[in-house]
Design a protein around this ligand. Structure first.
Ligand code: ADP
Ligand code: MG
Ligand code: ZN
Length: 426
């Protein structure tokens, strides 16, 4: 145990009101409190935020949290404030007055703020911010720099953001200030690249497993006509998943609307969700789904953030995701309660062209799509093993427990999967 161990446990219970740590949270916390650089790799929803939010309260001084999205920062500041944890954010669209106040947090030795959230472009574009941050460091108050979604540094990641490149100066500019990177992107390639860019090569990488044993993975051959697709979706939702909640992911807003309409015509209680809906319409859909008024949400990838429904029993992909990272995250919204749930993908070759026009432009993005295709086309290897290998996780002799279409039916040819046998309850 460490000198801070008692404090850490008390803070977990009294401030965060949590009973115990999830796997790897405590190692990450101890590592960063010892002053070491580290990268934490855990699936979305595993609880990465606690790895920097809790340490921020253990020692005096300020934790800077770099986050790519204002909405994410707002959510976090709101939830910290609710727990009486003093936190603030600086964004480029906060008013000048607000932003002066926020900058003063860096200068003011008596500021009560423990966590200050900033977007990465502050480091690149604001001299005032940098000058104030220097002052904070010189005063010995810069306790730690947490970089959320740290894979955004790397062009090999699926979500490269140029402003993240500027974070490379931090380790030299603020020696001995521990950097804690956090991500759900686990490939060795990206992780090495991130360490190089941040200039923290050889730092500790704390990585949890990506295996979700309660999710059943399956590919179905996708028919060429929309009507036939609707028939598959209808049968699945109406019979196989009767009375259960789920999500149908679609590629475009048009697909999303068409499929939602088609399913409604077939008597299903579904709603569409995409970026063209007004914010309050979106939250209404979300709430009605939560309350089981809607059985399924037909959505674009705009439906993602803030889904905290534990009993999602199915996630169907009407079109493949643009990368395995995206697929893992989208399908991973199923079965958060630990009970069995199914992740079904409708695959046909033509969809590759649809998806690839979107991803051709950025470096490495075709590789990402290939990963997805490999997963779909595979007819012999356990799908779970493919996912593990994609995330550079050692699968060894781990057992799928017949929780994928390949392992549960090793002799069938996946390309000829029979819809009737899939919809057993018919
Ligand atoms: P990530 O950033 O890894 O996607 P978050 O930090 O947003 O995940 O946490 C996801 C959810 O898990 C949050 O609702 C959080 O309160 C909860 N959580 C985190 N750690 C624990 C824990 N030790 N026990 C129970 N719930 C936790
Ligand atoms: Mg997070
Ligand atoms: Zn398997």
């Amino acid at each position: 145990s460490y000198e801070w161990s008692d404090d850490v446990n008390i803070t977990l219970q009294n401030v965060f009101k949590l009973e115990s740590f999830r796997p790897h949270q405590l190692s990450a916390i101890n590592c960063t409190l010892s002053g070491q650089h580290a990268i934490v790799v855990m699936p979305t929803g595993a609880g990465k935020s606690l790895c920097y939010q809790l340490p921020a309260l253990i020692k005096p001084g300020l934790t800077i949290v770099v986050s790519p999205l204002v909405s994410l920062m707002e959510d976090q500041v709101r939830s910290l404030t609710k727990k009486d944890i003093p936190a603030q954010l600086i964004t480029s669209n906060t008013s000048r007055e607000d932003s002066n106040a926020a900058l003063n947090i860096l200068k003011d030795k008596n500021s009560p703020i423990k966590l200050l959230y900033v977007t990465p472009e502050r480091f690149a574009k604001s001299k005032r911010f940098m000058a104030n941050l220097q002052k904070c460091f010189a005063d010995g108050r810069l306790q730690r720099i947490a970089i959320d979604e740290v894979h955004c540094c790397s062009q090999w990641g699926h979500d490269f953001r140029p402003d993240y490149k500027f974070l490379g100066i931090l380790s030299n500019m603020f020696p001995k200030v521990p950097i804690l990177g956090l991500t759900a992107t686990a490939t060795a390639h990206v992780l090495t690249d991130v360490q190089k860019i941040l200039n923290i090569q050889g730092c500790l990488v704390i990585k949890s497993t990506f295996n979700r044993p309660n999710l059943f993975y399956k590919i179905l051959e996708k028919p060429s006509s929309q009507e036939e697709c609707l028939t598959i979706l209808e049968k699945l939702i109406k019979y196989r998943y009767k009375g259960e909640s789920g999500i149908v992911y679609t590629h475009s807003i048009k697909d999303c609307e068409d499929i939602a309409n088609g399913l409604r015509k077939r008597g299903l209680k579904v709603a569409s969700y995409h970026a063209n809906l007004e914010a309050d319409a979106r939250s209404k859909v979300h709430i009605k789904w939560h309350d089981k008024h809607y059985q399924a949400i037909v959505a674009t990838v705009a439906f993602g953030m803030g889904i905290d429904k534990p009993d999602v029993r199915f996630v169907i992909h009407h079109t493949i995701s643009k990368s395995m990272e995206n697929y893992y995250q989208e399908s991973g919204r199923a079965g958060r309660d630990g009970d069995r749930a199914e992740c079904v993908t409708l695959y046909r070759m033509q969809d590759l062209f649809k998806v690839s026009t979107m991803v051709f432009t950025s470096v490495g993005s075709l590789d990402h799509l290939y990963g997805m295709v490999k997963y779909c086309l595979n007819g012999t290897l356990c799908r779970r093993q493919l996912i593990a290998e994609h995330f550079d996780e050692d699968w060894g002799n781990a057992d799928c427990n017949k929780m994928c279409d390949i392992c549960s039916n090793p002799n069938s040819n996946v390309r000829e999967i029979n819809l009737e046998s899939h919809c057993k309850t018919l």
